[in-house]
Design a protein around this ligand. Structure first.
Ligand code: FAD
Length: 462
């Protein structure tokens, strides 16, 4: 049985101590409600778990957060969160070389916008003249091979397109026509090689969606976040974030090892800890568990994700960069020397390389062989002696967001029964935290309680 404090006089029971459930608990306790969070697993964090192995901190997820996620700033309890940024933009690997892409500084963005305006109003140059300005990389055969970003003109167009996206308010992006992201990239006015060599691999990595079946609006939001911030990792591992949220809740709020088997508007039944009564219930499990507890709730398709962690003595890349394979020459979508981004994730003298494979992978042994072969090419160094630390596969990693995607799925099911999590918003941490804010707001309104934080617009991002 749960201790008596949980059985009487609890205003709200939250089921699930992932990022969404814990963020909702922050909003509700700060508004003065007594809250208990029940978590089936022995630890908090849900999908934001970090495995500790021999001094390494290995995330289950190949987490790509953006410093521009509004909810990282606005969610109470996250003041102590340190974000370790990747170097600006990304490194694209193509034809044996690294190319920096998508790094926007205020000056480069302003310059690109001015140049783009000039380009738009200038008379079109004859093709021969335009091409002569660009001397592409030549392959061994002497045949010119344009890099994934094309020439300076193409790069200016790309910078201008990203600067425009960064400057467009999310609510405006959400009014644009909606299609699958794969088909809508050409409409950005960028050359096909920029779309194929940069936008597609970048969006696949940001959305965990190799086929880009995601709604173009969600893709625009992801690019908006990318262009207006820096990709980053939580210092110490993904689990730092839920642990911070849990640590600043009143003692006894979070109960781990408690599996909920049934819910109604005022009662929660657990497998081994009896029943709890309360004024309201908030389901903050993933989509599949939510539908088990409330049959009829929609279960989206999911993008599976596999993360492989390797270690070696020397970092194969000194820069804390996110490395994408523009040539798509293997299963890895993106990789990074994570210990260069966040040194706390590896013991002294060891480098930690984390690589993300999207989609359904082959079994572990052939996957590791294919990944090593690709990493040898991407980092330009032999990988056969690297040690494999862990392979983490999550089948239900990221809820799919095909068009039409409702970025504001209802969080209030009935007065007294609410639901939140990344499946109600965008399939990202930002979406999970944002859905928690919306659910807490609806719940407080039903109970006639004023939110403690000032009313703020519900900003969108992905
Ligand atoms: C491999 C991978 C890669 C990802 N990459 C990114 C990325 O690059 N960028 C990004 O922003 N996001 C990414 N995400 C998504 C992000 O991690 C999630 O959106 C976020 O963690 C979801 O939080 P949540 O609280 O909604 O759900 P969860 O973290 O799933 O939490 C739900 C909790 O409910 C608990 N629970 C379930 N059933 C019960 C029950 N019956 N009783 C009690 N407790 C229960 C679970 O144990 C779990 O702790 C990725 C996720 C994965 C797995």
């Amino acid at each position: 049985m749960l201790e008596p404090v949980c059985q009487a006089d609890v205003d709200v029971v939250i089921v699930g101590a992932g990022a969404a459930g814990l963020a909702a608990a922050q909003h509700l306790t700060r508004a003065g409600l007594t809250t208990v969070v029940l978590e089936a697993a022995p630890t908090v964090g849900g999908r934001m778990a970090t495995e500790k192995v021999d001094g390494f901190r290995l995330d289950r997820i190949g987490r790509l957060l953006s410093t521009s996620y509004p909810e990282l700033r606005r969610t109470p309890g996250l003041d102590g969160l340190t974000l370790r940024p990747f170097s600006p933009g990304v490194l694209l690997h193509s034809d044996g070389r690294h190319h920096r892409a998508g790094a926007l500084t205020p000056r480069s963005a302003r310059g690109a916008l001015t140049a783009a305006r000039a380009l738009a109003s200038a008379p079109r140059l004859p093709r021969t003249t335009a091409r002569s300005a660009y001397r592409p990389h030549r392959g061994q055969s002497g045949v010119p091979r344009p890099g994934p970003l094309g020439g300076p003109l193409d790069q200016t167009r790309l910078t201008a397109a990203l600067a425009r996206l960064a400057a467009t308010p999310p609510e405006r992006l959400l009014t644009r026509p909606e299609h699958p992201a794969a088909g809508s990239q050409a409409a950005r006015g960028l050359p096909p090689r920029t779309v194929d060599g940069f936008l597609r691999p970048l969006l696949s990595a940001l959305l965990c969606d190799p086929e880009l079946t995601t709604s173009s609006r969600a893709a625009d939001l992801a690019l908006h976040s990318f262009a207006s911030g820096r990709l980053c990792l939580p210092e110490g591992g993904a689990d730092t974030l839920p642990e911070l949220l849990a640590a600043s809740l009143p003692p006894g709020t979070v109960r781990t090892g408690v599996h909920v088997t049934a819910v109604s508007t005022t009662t929660v039944t657990t497998r081994d800890h009896g029943r709890l009564t309360c004024r309201a219930i908030l389901l903050a499990t993933g989509a599949r568990d939510a539908a088990r507890l409330l049959p009829g709730l929609r279960v989206p398709a999911f993008h599976p994700v596999t993360v492989l962690h390797h270690t070696t003595d020397e970092p194969p890349l000194a820069e804390p960069a996110l490395l994408l394979d523009a040539d798509r020459g293997g299963p890895v979508a993106h990789t990074a020397v994570v210990s260069q981004v966040d040194p706390s994730r590896a013991p002294a003298g060891r480098a930690l390389i984390s690589s993300t494979v999207l989609g359904v992978p082959p079994s572990a042994a052939p996957l590791d062989a294919a990944v090593r072969a690709q990493l040898a090419r991407l980092y330009g160094t032999p990988t056969s002696r690297w040690e494999l630390l862990a392979v983490h596969h999550t089948a239900d990693a990221v809820p799919a967001m095909p068009p039409p995607h409702d970025l504001r799925r209802p969080v209030r099911l009935l007065a007294g029964l609410y639901v939140c999590g990344d499946h109600r918003d965008t399939g990202t941490l930002q979406g999970a935290l944002h859905s928690a804010r919306r659910a807490a707001k609806a719940l407080l309104a039903d109970l006639g309680v004023q939110p403690v934080t000032a009313e703020e617009p519900l900003e969108a991002a992905a």
